[in-house]
Design a protein around this ligand. Sequence first.
Ligand SMILES: O=C(O)CCC(=O)C(=O)O
Ligand SMILES: [Fe+2]
Length: 300
Amino acid sequence: MSSNAEQLEATTTKPGLDPYVRQLDEQGYVVVPPAVTGVTAPMVDELTQRLLDKSEELIGCKFTVQDGPQSKLDYGDFRGFLELMSQAKPSQFQLMQLCTYHRIFRDLAVNPVATALIDHLFDATPQAKRPAARFSSHNSFIKWAGDGYGESLGLHCDQGGIPLPWGDKALNANCNWCLTDYTLADGAFACVPASHLEKSHPKWPDCVRDAIPIECPRGSLIAFHGALWHGAFPKKTPGLRVTISYYYRHTAILPQDDIPNHFPKELADDCADPALFKRLAGFGSPYQSQVYPLPRAVNG
Ligand SMILES: O=C(O)CCC(=O)C(=O)O
Ligand SMILES: [Fe+2]
């Protein structure tokens, strides 16, 4: 466990992040360039290659950013999830549990700029004013040319599973790391700026009209509030759009992946900031075992 001082430290916004924090508060999302997060081009190359290698291992054909999958892909009867809103045919898959793949994915999950922005979005825990962000799941979206999510753009809120009413502070929040360039034609992230202030699910059909593409170069981070209405534009160009989507939650919210109980604990020590990784993973809650001291019965 990290000390209280370290945990308090993590709630303090890092110097230089003020304009990004302001945009996040006002618009519900912010694009942070790689020069600010410190994510280098060789890191982006390695993250991408590892995801493409894993795709080949799980799916059975080679994948390249330039040319996409080398074979035709067959999804059988699977109709997608966000795709169902517009009856679109899925043109993407998701890889899951990325932080078990390799240390480089764990290093990204504790990126100090990303985690400072995410901590900012959640209320600190009231008892100790400790930062409240925890991991929910670690995924990658890999998209190729197709209908994407169809006309609905798959607009949704990441905290949509949590009953209304929602407050100002986030209950879930997300870091999308763009490993390929995001342009409208390449299937950019879509969102309705400031829609997190509505504290509601997307309002149809106007939400689609109000959605804009977030265009940014590879290596960029898009951090966003769990109440932001978002989805993606369809990819219309050859090749792949590769994204890492790290989904965080307030400590009071259930994780999508049961990381506190199932993540291999020894891997947490092998990353850039083990104390932060363990806090975000939700390890060490006193109620996961008989942690608190017990009194002793005294004879006589
Ligand atoms: O880019 C996309 O396809 C949507 C990503 C998304 O919804 C998410 O990361 O929560
Ligand atoms: Fe989402």
